[in-house]
Design a binder for this molecule. Structure first.
Ligand SMILES: *[C@@H]1O[C@H](CO)[C@@H](O)[C@H](O)[C@H]1NC(C)=O
Length: 197
């Protein structure tokens, strides 16, 4: 009789445990990446005046597949990756504009053309610096060296602003306003995530 008793009690035990296991498996409903992104962006947005929640949501939304948790170190890495991609494409645009002549296809007076070309050359070197800072910044983020990573990001934000301000100083219309804004905000976003990491 012993085996049957023990299998009966095993059955009873399983029956008792089953609802518990069932509930345990269901309880932590995983957050969707959209929910994680919203929470992350609200957190950094309320802590930094340089971070716009909507910009943050759009930026992370473009890499939503890579957003799995509110791990701010990972999120900072994503922002750095976006900044590198962004700066690389901006540098490409600058090279194209310089090839077409400073005015970017727009006919300008000769001295204006020269002024715009000088601004673009300066921006090319500034964006070159942002791109060069990308890999060491990413390594610093991954290694948990948040101070070093933040310093590179702050430098990138300054570079993007300097590019934009250069046009104003030479009384030229900036040909890179959206790009400068994106680079500035992505750099600030990365730095803001690192403050939570
Ligand atoms: C640059 O970043 C902004 C903000 O995330 C994004 O909207 C834009 O598409 C990016 N551009 C490129 C070329 O990566």
């Amino acid at each position: 009789m012993a085996p049957s008793t023990s299998s009966t009690s095993l059955m009873a035990l399983l029956l008792m445990l089953f609802p518990v296991l069932h509930v345990a498996a269901e309880a932590p409903t995983p957050l969707s990446s959209a929910q994680i992104i919203l929470a992350a962006c609200k957190n950094v947005g309320s802590a930094s005046t340089h971070v716009d929640v909507e910009f943050c949501q759009e930026a992370l939304g473009s890499v939503a597949d890579a957003v799995h948790s509110l791990d701010y170190q990972d999120l900072a890495g994503l922002a750095v990756g976006l900044l590198i991609d962004n700066a690389t494409s901006t540098e490409g645009k600058i090279v194209r504009l310089l090839r077409e002549g400073g005015g970017g296809g727009v006919r300008l007076k000769e001295e204006n053309d020269a002024a715009v070309a000088r601004c673009l050359q300066s921006c090319q070197s500034l964006y070159g610096g942002i791109i060069d800072g990308g890999p060491p910044c990413m390594s610093a983020v991954n290694a948990g060296k948040f101070g070093a990573a933040t310093a590179i990001l702050e430098k990138a934000a300054v570079a993007a602003k300097e590019c934009e301000d250069g046009f104003g100083k030479s009384s030229s219309t900036s040909l890179l306003t959206p790009e400068d804004k994106d680079a500035y905000e992505l750099a600030k976003l990365g730095a803001a995530f690192l403050r939570f990491a």
